[in-house]
Design a protein around this ligand. Structure first.
Ligand SMILES: Nc1ncnc2c1ncn2[C@@H]1O[C@H](COP(=O)(O)OP(=O)(O)OP(=O)(O)O)[C@@H](O)[C@H]1O
Length: 252
């Protein structure tokens, strides 16, 4: 089966300082993949590279055949400016931008879709609330409603269950399982190893580079987790891109 995503010796970083180093690997269509690793391991950076927000310093991320509108991305809530004055309804409606266009009006059909998405995450009646007035768990539900609306083939979730209560986690996890059952490809950055072991068949353990990638039970061993911690601690944040990368960028 043709992979949906291919990481080809990809290095991603900021101001030419690599954060994810020389990653190789493939994601099959329909995969339910957890991306785990210590704080600063590069999970968010990898996702920014995957969804096209961050251009690789070297190597490539191939999402063969997927149109950008077929990728839904749920960033960490910390990355969202909640002081922006926008209602829950309009925020969730931005999930339709790629279908309607930036200036496309929201017609009756779209209004119904937004209403249904909010109902699916238990937020009917919240339409007119400003996003800045929501609790952390409610905001996370709003982000899931926006992903629902995007109806995407590839769904990328950055720490979707962080700092939310058990009921909200369970409700949102049910949506993830539904997306997987529908044949969508789902990648999620997670810290809760028990949740990963229970619900995610495949795991990438990242520590700036790949420590292990495969069946979750084989990846999440004590030895691999210790190796990931060691690699993260040893990584030099101020290192510049490799000499080979420097040379190729000069030649480009
Ligand atoms: N916008 C940025 N500008 C510069 N450096 C960044 C930026 N975002 C992340 N980094 C750095 O890149 C490295 C990887 O960070 P990243 O956020 O990808 O890790 P993470 O695995 O998602 O961490 P966490 O589990 O804490 O969310 C860290 O050293 C971080 O300081």
């Amino acid at each position: 089966m043709q992979p949906l995503v291919q990481f080809r010796d990809v290095t991603l970083g900021y101001d030419r300082h690599p954060a994810v180093h020389h990653l190789n690997g493939e994601v099959a269509p329909g995969a339910l993949l957890a991306v785990v690793g210590p704080n600063g391991a590069g999970k968010s950076t990898l996702f920014r590279g995957l969804v096209g927000i961050l251009k690789p310093l070297s190597g490539s991320v191939l999402t063969g055949g997927i149109d950008p509108k077929d990728i839904a991305y749920l960033p960490q809530t910390a990355d969202i400016d909640r002081s922006f004055p926008i209602s829950v309804f309009d925020f969730v409606g931005t999930g339709l931008w790629r279908q309607t266009g930036f200036f496309g009006g929201i017609g009756k059909g779209a209004r119904e879709k937004i209403g249904r998405a909010l109902g699916s995450v238990g937020l009917s009646g919240f339409e007119n609330r400003g996003i800045g007035t929501l609790s952390g768990g409610q905001m996370q539900r709003v982000l899931f409603a926006r992903v629902l609306l995007q109806d995407a083939r590839l769904i990328v979730l950055d720490e979707p269950f962080n700092a939310i209560d058990a009921k909200t986690s369970a409700d949102l996890l049910a949506l993830v399982r539904q997306w997987h059952a529908e044949g969508r490809t789902v990648l999620a950055a997670l810290h809760d190893m028990e949740l990963v072991r229970a619900h995610f068949p495949e795991t990438l353990l990242l520590a700036r580079g790949k420590v292990a990638w495969g069946a979750t039970s084989e990846v999440l061993t004590a030895d691999n987790l210790a190796e990931a911690r060691r690699m993260c601690e040893a990584f030099d944040d101020h290192a510049v891109a490799c000499v080979a990368e420097e040379d190729s960028s000069k030649a480009a």
